[in-house]
Design a protein around this ligand. Sequence first.
Ligand code: PBG
Length: 338
Amino acid sequence: MPAYVFPGRFPSTRPRRLRSAPWIRDLVAETALRPQDLVLNLILRDETAAAGPIPAMPGIARHTVDEVVTRAEIAWEAGIKALALFPFTGPDSRSPGGEAALDADNLMCRAARGIKASLPSIGLIADVALDPYTDHGHDGLLADGEILNDETVAVLCDQAALLAQAGFDTLAPSDMMDGRVGAIRRRLDDDGYTDRLILSYAVKYASRFYGPYRDAIGSRGVLLGDKATYQMDPRNADEALKEAALDCAEGADILMVKPGLPYLDRIAAVKATFGLPVAAFQVSGEYAMLRCAADQGAFAFAPAALEALICLKRGGADMIFSYYADEAARWLSDGLPS
Ligand code: PBG
């Protein structure tokens, strides 16, 4: 970034000259969003789970393993280089300790094997946390109403190693336990997975904007209380840098800020402070706001949804996780729908 240069003054300086036609606007555009900047979020479901829509996320479906392979192939054609997978789990497969997280034949592992068999070069990112598997909906182990940090980290290490074995290239701890990045790094290295990346959900706020996602993975109505003892308080800014610094020191390869647009200040700060790639997660509630507003006629979905992604990139995100990444990739290469 150049130091600010005083631009002169009217009438010799007319900023509108640089906006006068598409060719000059394109020449001076500072931000270029590309399909390969986008990670597609996909929700998985077991073959036995109903296909039904996700009420809070109109237009988003849960995919069986077969369906997700087809969707991945189409997304790859559209220029998407990586997928982030999240499993829907019904009440019957949930338990206090979230044991299904450690089942080598769980939905995440089967989906990874299926996708890699068809698309060996696509990047696969696994959410590492227990909330899809616990009957109380928390990301960690719960005892007497408390989330147990160190005991949870031990389970997350097993979960990360299992997901690596299933073929995930990137392990993305989203649980916000203290010390988990370092512990997972050591475990992956000990198991011979020195090549696997850790994308840390380093700056993850306790946000209402996750509401629709909890619906999508079957945690709505399940979650006991809230996640405020481990996710960050939306009122805090400095704490974002502390969390990011710790994860850098523990060996994270990529730092994530989540949610996206409402936390653009933190994306910019993390990008300006640390020399690591920064990921932004455009969460389910941000998707729902765009989709529902468009459905009510407030604006057309595609241009508004593309603008949101461009703004995340302009704010400092090197990559953006989104539920419409493949659609956006097509808008970028073929133009917006008329
Ligand atoms: C939890 C997790 C959450 C999301 C991704 N991983 C929700 C939460 O913390 O409750 C949210 C994703 C979204 O809202 O799109 N491990």
